[in-house]
Design a protein around this ligand. Structure first.
Ligand code: SF4
Length: 883
C-alpha cells in the first residue's frame, strides 16, 4: 500500500498503460505502489495530474443553442431532438461518437441506449483512430479481440520486438519496465522508419520504408519455414490456413534480398532480425499505432500474428504478440461494443445467436440490426445530411479526424450536434448546439481497462465542478425522457458495471473469453474496494487470468487459430511531384491528444512549446531551409506551419509532425489537415501515419513574442501564431509577412500604449511593455526573421510579482535577468533542468544518466527524459572529441 493511508487510489487518465495513481488532498499525486501496471512510478504526464485540476476552462452548466439552462431542460432538448429525428428519418439518423476517455460504465450506457433502445447502429469511437486494426487482426486470427499476454511478458522475453511504437514517449512507464528488465542475452529490435527515443533500448533498429511492415513479417514467415524454425506440431494441433499464408508470404517475400529491397533495409540487418526471431522461443512482438494507423493496418497485425502462430508463441510466458492501446480505456470500449462493427460484450451482429442474446438481455424494443458507420464513414454520413443528430462524448473530432476541413463542414451542417465534455472551449464544442457538462478525472467514478486487460477503478476524490454530471447519469436521464427509464434505472456506477458483467456472462459457456461472471452480483462495497484484475474473471479464474490461449484453444467456432494470407500493400497516399514529402504524425513526450488537460500544466509545455516539423538535414539543405525557421507543409487539404527541426534520425524525404496542436493553441498546426480520409478496408482505421505534402519556408518578415496575462484582450492573432498557457501568463509566438508597424501593433497587442519601449527600426528590433502599478501586464518583443529570442523563462516569472522596480523594468526589455544563467530548452520537466546545464555537466565528466542524476537530479523522478539524457551524452561527447 502507499504510505499515506488516506490516499485515494485511482488510475491515470492518459495512455493505455493504465498506471495506478494515489491522491491525497492538497498534495502532488503519486504513483500507486500497489498497482501492477506501474508499482508506484508515473511518467511526467501522470505526475503532473494535480496541476491540471481546477475549474478554470471547465464547462460548468448545460447550454442549449448558446443559452445556459438547467439539466431538466437540457435533457428534454436532447431527447426531443432524438425523438424528432427518429420519427422523421428513422433511428439511423442518430449517431454517437464516443471516446476511449470514457469510463466503461459510461461507454456501456451509451452503447445500450443507442443500439438497444434508439435502435441506431451508428455508434463509433475515437478508438477507431487508435487500435481498431489490432482489434480486427485479433478477431481474424483468434476469433475474439483478445490481447493474449501481459506486461510481465515484456520483461521476461529474451527477444523484444517493438513495431511502430515509440513507447519511450507514448507508453513511458511500460518502456521503463522494459528498460529495467535489460539483462545479458536479452535483445531488443525496434522496427520504425524513425529513430526515436525508443531506439535507445534497441540492439538493432530497422528503419524500414514506411508501410513495409507486412513485407518484413511475410519475409520472416518465409524465413522460418525455410530454416525449419516452425513449430509444426503447434500449427497442426491448433491452427488453420497455414499453407495459404505461407504461399502468400513466399510470393511477396521469397527471400531475404526481396525483403530488404521492399523494406529499404540492409540485408544483413534483416538476416540478423530473422535469425534472432527464429532462435528465441521467448519472443514478444509489441505493436502499436505505427502498425495500426495504416491503410493496411489489419494485414500488418496479422502478418505479425502469423509469425507467432507459426512458432507456437501465443499466450505463453514471454512469448506473444502484444498490441498496446493508446488510450486509457480503449480496451473498455472494445469490451462494451463501442465500435460500430461490434454489438456488445464481445458479441457480434454477424452472429444471429449473439443478436438474439443481446436483445433478450436488454429487453430491447428494437435492436439495431447490423453494423453501423465507422468513424470516417459516420462523419461522411453527417456531411451528406443522413445523420440529423450527432452526440459526441469526451472527444474532439474537429481536431483528430482526417480530412478535417470536411469534418468541420459536417459538424457545421448537422442539424443537432450534442457535445458532452468537461472542457468549455474546444474545436468541437464550437459546433455544439447542446453542451452537456460532464465530470472530469478526479470527479468521476468507474472502471477502465488497460492494454493487458486489467480492469482498474477510477475513483472520485473531488466534488463535481459546477453542474457537471457523470456521463452514465446523463445518458440514463435522456433514456428516461425517451421512455426507457426501466432499462436505465441505475443509481450508481456499480449498477452499470454489474449489468455489464452480467451481459458478458449471459449464456457464455466459455466460448467468449471476455467473461466477468465473477462480478455479475457485485455489491457497492466490493466495487469500491475492487483491486486491479485482468479479465476473464469467472469460476475457473476467480482471480483473473494473466495469459489467454496458452492452451492453444482459441475463440473461433472450431477452437483453432486462423492464419491470414497477406499480400502487402503500399500506403494509399503516395508522394508525387506536387506533394513530394511523406508526412508521419504522432505524439510528443509531455502532451496528450488535443491538450485539453495536459495543456493546463505549465511544466508540460517546457519540453516542446511550439508546433514543429522534424526534417532530415539533407532535405533542409536541398530545399534551402534552415533549422529554426518557420516551415510550412502544404497538402491537398490544408497547411501545417511549424518550427523546422534538423533531425538526422528522420529518413530523407519524410517529415514528422505532432498531432496535439489545434485551433485553441495555434493558427495552422492541425496534423489531420494533411491526412486524406483513407482507411483500412477491414478495420476502417485511418492512414494517419502516411500523408503527403510539399515542404517550404513559411514566408515571414518579422517574428514576435508576446507575454501577457491570461485572458488579455489585446491579443490580435497574426498570420502565424501559437500560444502556451504558463503559470500566471500566456506566451505567444507571432510571425507575419506584412510590413510591421510596431508602435501601432504594440498598442493592440499590449492592450494600450506601452510605458517602456525600445525601437531599432534599422535592425527590425522592437521591445515594449505595459505595467499597472508594480505589475507587468504584457511585454512584446519583435525580432527580424532570422534572429533568436532570448530564453524568456525569467520574464514569465515577472508576472507573479507586484513590486517591479525600475531596474526590473529595464531587464524586462532585455528579456532576461543578466544575473540568471540561460539554461536552454528544458529537458527534465520534473526538475526544470535545461539542455545547457546538462551539456555543462557532461563536460565536467558526468558521463552517464545516473551521474547526471546525482549532479543535477535530472531523470531521477519520472524518468521520461532518460532517452534524451543518453542522446545528449552521446552528442556532447562526440562534439567534445571533435574539438
Ligand atoms: S505511462 Fe504515464 S501517461 Fe501512461 S498511464 Fe502511466 S503515468 Fe499515465
Amino acid at each position: 500500500m502507499n504510505d499515506k493511508a488516506q490516499a485515494t487510489c485511482t488510475t491515470c487518465p492518459y495512455c493505455g498503460v493504465g498506471c495506478g495513481v494515489a491522491v491525497t488532498a492538497g498534495d502532488p499525486v503519486q504513483g500507486d505502489t500497489t498497482h501492477p501496471a506501474n508499482y508506484g512510478r508515473l511518467c511526467v504526464k501522470g505526475s503532473s495530474l494535480h496541476e491540471t485540476l481546477g475549474d478554470s476552462g471547465r464547462l460548468l452548466h448545460p447550454r442549449v443553442r448558446g443559452r445556459r439552462t438547467d439539466w431538466s431542460q437540457a435533457v428534454q432538448s436532447v431527447a426531443g431532438a432524438i425523438r424528432e429525428a427518429v420519427a422523421q428519418h428513422g433511428p439511423g439518423s442518430v449517431g454517437f461518437y464516443l471516446s476511449g476517455q470514457l469510463l466503461t460504465e459510461d461507454y456501456y450506457a451509451a452503447n445500450k441506449l443507442a443500439k438497444g433502445f434508439i435502435g441506431t447502429p451508428h455508434v463509433d469511437t475515437n478508438s477507431r483512430l487508435c487500435m481498431s486494426s489490432a482489434v480486427a487482426a485479433h478477431k481474424r486470427a483468434f476469433g475474439a479481440d483478445v490481447v493474449p499476454g501481459c506486461y510481465e511478458d515484456l520483461e521476461i522475453a529474451d527477444l523484444l520486438v517493438l513495431v511502430g511504437s515509440n513507447a519511450a514517449w507514448n507508453h513511458p512507464i511500460l518502456f521503463q519496465r522494459m528498460q529495467a528488465a535489460a539483462r545479458d542475452g536479452r535483445r531488443v529490435v525496434v522496427v520504425d522508419p524513425r529513430q526515436t527515443a525508443t531506439s535507445d533500448l534497441a540492439d538493432l533498429h530497422l528503419s524500414l520504408r514506411p508501410g513495409s511492415d507486412a513485407a518484413l513479417f511475410n519475409g520472416l514467415l518465409t524465413w522460418l519455414a525455410d530454416r525449419d524454425a516452425l513449430d509444426q506440431d503447434y500449427i497442426t494441433a491448433h491452427c488453420d490456413g497455414f499453407d495459404d499464408a505461407l504461399a502468400a508470404a513466399r510470393h511477396s517475400a521469397p527471400d531475404v534480398e526481396a525483403v530488404a529491397d521492399a523494406c529499404d533495409l540492409p540485408v544483413d540487418d534483416v538476416v540478423r532480425f530473422f535469425n534472432w526471431f527464429a532462435d528465441t522461443p521467448r519472443t514478444v512482438t509489441v505493436f502499436s499505432q505505427g502498425v495500426n494507423q495504416s491503410s493496411s493496418g489489419t494485414d500488418k497485425g496479422n502478418a505479425i500474428i502469423n509469425c507467432h502462430l507459426a512458432t507456437g508463441r501465443v499466450g505463453k510466458p514471454g512469448a506473444s504478440p502484444f498490441s498496446i492501446t493508446g488510450q486509457p480505456n480503449a480496451m473498455g470500449g472494445r469490451e462494451v461494443g463501442g465500435l460500430a462493427n461490434t454489438l456488445a460484450a464481445h458479441m457480434d451482429y454477424q452472429n444471429d445467436a449473439d443478436r438474439d442474446r443481446v436483445q433478450r438481455f436488454w429487453r430491447s424494443p428494437g435492436l439495431a440490426d447490423g453494423p453501423g458507420y465507422k468513424a470516417v464513414d459516420l462523419f461522411d454520413a453527417v456531411h451528406r445530411g443522413e445523420i440529423k443528430v450527432l452526440w459526441i462524448m469526451a472527444t474532439n473530432p474537429a481536431v483528430s479526424l482526417p480530412d478535417n476541413a470536411r469534418v468541420r463542414e459536417a459538424l457545421a451542417s448537422c442539424p443537432t450536434v450534442i457535445v458532452s465534455d468537461c472542457v468549455a472551449e474546444t474545436d468541437t464544442t464550437a459546433y455544439a448546439d447542446i453542451l452537456l457538462p460532464a465530470m472530469g478525472w478526479g470527479e468521476k467514478d468507474g472502471t477502465v481497462t488497460n492494454s493487458e486487460r486489467r480492469i482498474s477503478r477510477q475513483r472520485a476524490f473531488l466534488p463535481p465542478t459546477g453542474e457537471a454530471r457523470p456521463d452514465w447519469w446523463i445518458i440514463s436521464e435522456v433514456a428516461r425522457e425517451l421512455g426507457y427509464g426501466d432499462a436505465f434505472s441505475y443509481t450508481a456506477p456499480v449498477d452499470v458495471f454489474r449489468e455489464h458483467a452480467a451481459l458478458s456472462a449471459f449464456e457464455n459457456q466459455g466460448h467468449r473469453p471476455f467473461d466477468l461472471t465473477g462480478f455479475k452480483d457485485m455489491n457497492s462495497e466490493n466495487y469500491d474496494g475492487l483491486a486491479p484484475i485482468q479479465w476473464p474473471v469467472n469460476q475457473r479464474y476467480p482471480q483473473g487470468r494473466s495469459r489467454i490461449f496458452d492452451d492453444g484453444r482459441f475463440a473461433t467456432p472450431n477452437g483453432r487459430a486462423q492464419f491470414i494470407a497477406i499480400t502487402p500493400d503500399q500506403p494509399v497516399q503516395q508522394p508525387d511531384r506536387d506533394y513530394p514529402m511523406v508526412v508521419n504524425s504522432g505524439r510528443i513526450r509531455d502532451q496528450w491528444h488535443t491538450m485539453t488537460r495536459t495543456g493546463r500544466a505549465a511544466r508540460l509545455w517546457q519540453h516542446r512549446a511550439e508546433p514543429f516539423i522534424d526534417v532530415h538535414p539533407q532535405d533542409l539543405e536541398r530545399l534551402g531551409l534552415k533549422a529554426g525557421q518557420l516551415g510550412r507543409l502544404d497538402g491537398a487539404r490544408g497547411t501545417f506551419v511549424g518550427r523546422l527541426q534538423a533531425v538526422p534520425e528522420q529518413r530523407p524525404g519524410e517529415v514528422f509532425i505532432p498531432i496535439h496542436w489545434n485551433r485553441q493553441y495555434a493558427g495552422h498546426a492541425l496534423a489531420s489537415d494533411l491526412m486524406a480520409a483513407v482507411v483500412d478496408p477491414v478495420s476502417g482505421q485511418p492512414e494517419s501515419k502516411h500523408g503527403v505534402a510539399r515542404l517550404s519556408a513559411a514566408p515571414v518578415r518579422w517574428r514576435a513574442r508576446l507575454l501577457c496575462r491570461p485572458g488579455h484582450t489585446g491579443v490580435w492573432r497574426a498570420e502565424h501564431w501559437s500560444r502556451v498557457p504558463l503559470d500566471g501568463c500566456e506566451s505567444w509566438w507571432l510571425a507575419g509577412e506584412d510590413k510591421a508597424d510596431w508602435p501601432d501593433w504594440a498598442s493592440r497587442w499590449l492592450g494600450g500604449q506601452p510605458q517602456v519601449e525600445m525601437h531599432d527600426a534599422g535592425a527590425g528590433r522592437y521591445r515594449a511593455a505595459r505595467f499597472h502599478q508594480g505589475q507587468l501586464l504584457a511585454v512584446l518583443m519583435a525580432e527580424p526573421a532570422e534572429s533568436p529570442f532570448p530564453d524568456l523563462g525569467w520574464l514569465a516569472t515577472c508576472f507573479e510579482r507586484d513590486d517591479l522596480a525600475a531596474a526590473d523594468r529595464r531587464a524586462i526589455l532585455a528579456g532576461r535577468d543578466a544575473d540568471l544563467p540561460d539554461i536552454g530548452p528544458v529537458i527534465c520537466s520534473c526538475f526544470q533542468i535545461g539542455q545547457k546545464q546538462i551539456e555543462a555537466a557532461i563536460g565536467d565528466g558526468s558521463d552517464s544518466p545516473e551521474a547526471l542524476g546525482r549532479q543535477l537530479k535530472c531523470g531521477t523522478n519520472c524518468g521520461s527524459c532518460m532517452p534524451e539524457l543518453r542522446k545528449l551524452i552521446e552528442t556532447t561527447q562526440i562534439a567534445m572529441e571533435a574539438e
